[in-house]
Design a protein around this ligand. Structure first.
Ligand SMILES: Cc1cc2nc3c(=O)[nH]c(=O)nc-3n(C[C@H](O)[C@H](O)[C@H](O)COP(=O)(O)OP(=O)(O)OC[C@H]3O[C@@H](n4cnc5c(N)ncnc54)[C@H](O)[C@@H]3O)c2cc1C
Length: 479
């Protein structure tokens, strides 16, 4: 039987941030996830915005955690080598009705203690965003709204946690939780039983099912789907900021913003589904994005789309973000309702959960040798010509370009595979080094990446997965 002090269920942003925080202490932590890779589900299909919390519901735990998280990023991304940029957000008011809403939005931001939000005149907005609808009447500027690489953020948290002693059990589903005398005793998984004193439920969309295993599911989670377009880096109509619509009572609405790698992101929709697995994109959903975003950016060129995707928000019913511990079940921490701001608040959630454990008697003694930094994969196309020459001399694999669209070398792909918690599938390579993220979406580099994975993992090409186990891409030889 495996044994640990804490089992974190879920290797998404939230689970990995909690694990990284706990790795600062002398306590054994194991993260269990049913997926083949760290990175979660919602955590890899979102808008990738680090929010300020200006529009959260004042006085809620969500507001507290998002507002606390935002200022943590500039330092954290340096420590963990994560691509991040404070672009700022603009809320343009196009109609008179929207214009009249601006003071209320500003007042709400103040209630959330986001004070650096400023009015913008029509002229200022047009100077900042030349592609904005010329009918704009004015708006708001929220300078600390930021963009991040969400894949690298979670990988970095996981790798750093792993370097500090956290074990990751991937491809492993939690199927039950054993208790004894109103205390956590063990977690049952598809890889065996893990004896543990603490369980942290960070299973997001499935947190109600995990809570049901210990009789604590007093809520339901439904999927709220968000569909997106990604536009080519060379699209003619771009924005420099996160351009957000004035929210309505029902939705925050559809936005356009740059991604950290220079594409344009357009979306998302907000559709409640009756199943938790439908990650398709639909004609209706996509059309609604174009219609809505054209009100903000009339010349957005959707023909420059290179891909579309959707993500599922774990929508709690009744609503609200909750972190619960129970008098009648020692050692169980239940997270629920981590919905639209979970990427941002993952890092403050880590600190919050660690504090909660301390308050509930979990002796957390600081590790003298905690290593707080992590170095990312060296990116060839960001190096100077001299650095490129040097690295090719050291390792000629950096001279072999595999992904032409994004200029990704074999050396980077090998690093992605061989580093701790390395890539085991084509999508895992893509999320680490962007091979296949460009205009041709892997049409050119896909077969080469399959060959490299096959060689490095020492498996036949027929057994290389796209993502989940069994998602093979090669079925045999034609001739
Ligand atoms: C369309 C959309 C846009 C968004 N935009 C933003 C944004 O711009 N900024 C922001 O801050 N947030 C945003 N979010 C929210 C954010 O993405 C999520 O709140 C966050 O990623 C949640 O992280 P998580 O770790 O809780 O969940 P996930 O990333 O979903 O991870 C949960 C993990 O639990 C695992 N799991 C579940 N059940 C089991 C089981 N039985 N056994 C083992 N493992 C299990 C899953 O495999 C998964 O890996 C958006 C979300 C969506 C969908």
């Amino acid at each position: 039987m495996m044994k640990t002090d804490v089992v974190v269920i879920g290797a998404g942003a939230v689970g990995c941030a909690i694990a990284r925080e706990l790795s600062k202490y002398q306590i054994q932590v194991m993260v269990v996830d049913k997926n083949e890779d760290v990175g979660g589900d919602a955590s890899k299909s979102n808008s990738a915005i680090i929010h300020t919390g200006y529009d959260a519901s004042p006085g809620t735990l969500e507001s507290e955690l998002v507002v606390a998280a935002n200022p943590m990023y500039p330092e954290l991304v340096k420590e963990l080598d994560v691509p991040f940029k404070q672009t700022g957000a603009i809320l343009p008011a196009i109609t008179q009705e929207q214009f009249e809403q601006l003071p209320a939005i500003k007042a709400k931001a103040f209630k959330n203690r986001v004070y650096d939000i400023e009015y913008l005149t029509k002229e200022q907005i047009i100077a900042m965003e030349p592609n904005i609808n010329p009918e704009v009447r004015g708006g708001l500027h929220i300078p600390r709204e930021s963009i991040i690489d969400p894949f690298i953020l979670v990988q970095a948290l996981a790798e750093n946690a792993n370097e500090n002693g956290v074990d990751f059990l991937l491809n492993t589903k939690v199927t039950g939780i054993q208790t004894e005398n109103q205390k956590i005793k063990a977690v049952e998984t598809t890889a065996g039983v893990i004896e543990t004193r603490y369980v942290i439920n960070a299973a997001a969309l499935y947190c109600d099912e995990i809570a049901g295993m210990v009789g604590k599911a007093g809520y339901k989670v439904v999927a709220r789907r968000g569909q997106f377009y990604i536009l080519d880096k060379n699209t003619s109509c771009k924005v420099n900021h996160i351009v957000l619509p004035i929210p309505t009572k029902i939705t925050k609405g559809k936005l356009m913003c740059p991604t950290i790698h220079g594409n344009m992101l357009v979306g998302p929709t907000a559709e409640d589904l009756d199943n938790k697995t439908d990650k398709s994109v639909t004609a209706d959903g996509l059309e609604s994005i174009v219609k809505d975003v054209q009100r903000l950016i009339p010349n957005v060129d959707i023909r420059d789309t290179i891909t579309q995707y959707s993500g599922l928000r774990p929508n709690r019913n009744p609503e609200g973000l909750h972190v619960d511990m129970y008098d009648d079940l020692e050692g169980y921490v239940n997270l629920s309702g981590v919905r639209s701001t979970g990427l941002t608040l993952s890092v403050s959630m880590g600190v919050y959960v660690a504090q909660l454990l301390k308050e509930h008697g979990c002796g957390l003694v600081y590790k003298e040798n905690f290593k707080k930094t992590r170095k990312g994969i060296r990116i060839f196309h960001e190096m100077t010509a001299c650095e490129q020459e040097e690295i090719i001399k050291e390792n000629p694999k950096y001279g072999n370009i595999i992904c032409r669209c994004e200029t990704i070398t074999e050396g980077e792909i090998l690093d992605a595979i061989h580093r701790p918690l390395g890539a085991r599938s084509m999508d895992a390579v893509k999320r680490r080094v962007r091979a296949g993220m460009g205009r041709c979406q892997g049409g050119f580099c896909g077969p080469k990446v399959i060959e490299i994975l096959s060689k490095e993992l020492n498996i036949p090409v027929e057994e290389v997965n796209k993502n989940v186990s069994g998602s093979y891409m090669v079925s045999g030889k034609m001739r």
